[in-house]
Design a protein around this ligand. Structure first.
Ligand code: 2AM
Ligand code: CA
Length: 272
């Protein structure tokens, strides 16, 4: 097992495993054009999700024998987090982008030790960007330290996730948040991958990000990245995020967090 001086975690092995699994995502580019006639796009995505996840789990279990999993595909979801090592995995975050060939998807992996998040990695194979953070060790992109933005909210970009799977209940709140964001920030963006949205906050190209509902594998790694890059991450009410339950997410630089929170509060009040 390789180690670094600062942490006992096998950082180089973790990176190698995640980069290797992501090659499956790149392969899909050439396979995609034959999909529609064959088995349909939903099956295509599920097939790649499962393949990436199985590849990751096989390698992680060899690296850290006995580790547990909380994962989007086939993961144990009940009581998964406890003593020892637990991986929280999203094999492909940004599945709609993946399905459409939009090249804005990633692998997201968090590692918990005795219920504490000690490592987070998000790999974007299209841009070849490997974002990584360790608890107390800072956040990095391809080995370079990253930091949240120092921009004033009105001079920065805020990203929004539209919770498209909950249109009946959340379309209106999301629309109100977009309206309020446009008043309080320079402009808005909609990426389509929560994990990449969190990377954008961590490396300072977005000053803030909000999505009203996400699953733990969407935000587990990104939360650590943003915090280690000097940012703030909470649920929609300003409380700490849960580890194993769905939640809304607010993430921002210290300079933009209060503006984001006020923006979301105003939007929610406008819905009542
Ligand atoms: P996915 O691409 O892995 O499905 C897009 O708005 C973000 O929401 C993506 O990160 C997406 O993850 C996530 N998402 C998709 N379906 C969701 C659901 N049912 N609950 C919570 N988040 C979801
Ligand atoms: Ca996801």
């Amino acid at each position: 097992m390789q180690t670094t001086e600062k942490t006992a975690l096998p950082l180089a092995d973790l990176e190698r495993i995640i980069r290797e699994a992501a090659k499956l995502m790149l392969e899909a580019d050439s396979a995609r054009m034959h999909v529609e006639e064959k088995s349909g796009t939903a099956n295509f995505v599920t097939e790649y999700d499962v393949r990436v996840q199985r590849t990751l789990q096989a390698a992680f279990s060899e690296l850290l024998p006995g580790c547990g999993y909380l994962a989007e595909e086939e993961g144990e979801s009940e009581n998964a987090i406890g003593a020892g090592y637990t991986f929280i995995i999203d094999p492909i975050d940004g599945t709609t982008n993946f399905m459409l060939g939009r090249r804005a998807s990633c692998i997201s992996v968090a590692l918990l030790e005795d219920s504490k998040t000690v490592y987070g990695a998000i790999y974007d194979p299209y841009a070849d960007r490997f974002y990584m953070a360790t608890a107390g060790g800072g956040a990095f992109c391809n080995g370079q330290p990253i930091h949240v933005s120092d921009r004033e909210p009105l001079k920065g970009v805020a990203a929004i996730g539209t919770a498209p799977y909950y249109k009946e209940t959340l379309s209106r709140p999301v629309t109100e948040i977009i309206y309020a964001m446009l008043q309080n920030f320079g402009d808005i963006r909609r990426v389509g991958s929560a994990a990449l949205d969190l990377c954008d906050v961590a490396c300072g190209v977005s000053v803030a990000y909000c999505e009203p509902i996400l699953s733990p594998w969407d935000f587990a790694a990104g939360r650590l990245l943003v915090e280690e890059a000097g940012g703030i991450v909470t649920d929609m009410h300003g409380a700490p995020l849960p580890q194993d339950k769905p939640a809304g997410v607010l993430a921002a630089s210290p300079k933009a967090y209060e503006t984001l929170k006020k923006t979301v509060d105003a939007a929610m009040a406008a819905c009542k």
